[in-house]
Design a protein. Structure first.
Lengths: 147, 117
């Protein structure tokens, strides 16, 4: 990308719509590949996006995923309207989950989502209001070497 | 090097995605029914062994750069899922073997190849 150009896209996510799960993350992955980003960055961004998308589908009413790509970094913001998270520290604990049996039958809800988004990001921020919703913001540097 | 062809033969598998490259190299195996674990722990290029055959398996593998999927215990995803995998270039295999037997047989394959070096 020349100069400091920023590539932006925004995707809606509907809560409870498991049939579309992964659509946004796969689209983000395709876009980042088309933009010529390295495979590790693409994979990290795709995994983090997928986890965030699944969280909206599993827990929120609706949400929006905003992608911004600029030289050196991929920034993703996920805003949702939903129940929010009362205890963010607890929600960030690996293995802690409020998933329903239905979610677990699909292979999700193991309490790894938020920690895995953080693991795949170079910068991660979460804020939530109970009864309103949750906002996730994470950035992946294109030359990063985290797993 | 262990290939998709070797894995197919070892688990007496059926290739669900015709035309998939049988020479695809299998560097390592990840076995799980939990897609959360695939997303957090599977290394890129891995072959996934799973008993889960819903559409999320294909999405998860695509996102996590899993190279191929072996469904155990005779599990077989819906034709639409197979079609999606085909479109994404993700080879799918099904075997009647249970998870432990499939893992054991593939592990022996890795051991044999390792001793043959």
């Amino acid at each position: 990308m020349p100069g400091s150009a920023v590539f932006r896209r925004e995707f809606p996510v509907k809560g409870g719509d498991f049939s579309k799960a992964g659509t946004v993350a796969c689209r983000i992955k395709d876009i980042l590949k088309e933009l010529g980003l390295d495979t590790q960055t693409v994979r990290r961004a795709a995994i983090a996006s997928y986890e965030a998308e699944m969280n909206v589908i599993m827990y929120a009413l609706e949400g929006r995923v905003k992608l911004a790509v600029s030289p050196g970094k991929v920034r993703i913001i996920v805003d949702d309207q939903g129940p929010g998270i009362a205890d963010i520290k607890l929600a960030m604990t690996e293995g802690y989950s409020t998933a329903t049996p239905e979610m677990r039958e699909l292979g999700f809800g193991a309490g790894m989502g938020l920690p895995n988004i953080k693991k795949n990001s170079d910068a991660f921020h979460i804020e939530s209001q109970v009864g309103r919703g949750t906002r996730l913001e994470f950035t992946i540097h294109t030359n990063g070497h985290k797993p | 090097m262990i290939t998709l062809r070797d894995i197919l033969s070892m688990v007496h598998g059926e290739l669900l995605t015709p035309g998939s490259p049988l020479g695809l190299i299998c560097p390592r195996i990840f076995a799980s029914d939990l897609m959360s674990d695939v997303l957090s722990s599977a290394e890129p290029g891995s072959f996934l062994l799973t008993g889960l055959a819903n559409p999320h398996v294909v999405s998860t593998c695509s996102v996590a750069d899993v190279a191929a999927v072996v469904f155990v215990q005779g599990k077989r995803p819906d034709p639409a899922v197979v079609e999606e995998a085909q479109a994404k270039g993700l080879p799918l295999v099904t075997t009647k073997m249970p998870m432990f037997e499939a893992c054991s047989r593939i592990a022996s394959l890795f051991e044999d190849k390792s001793h043959a070096r």
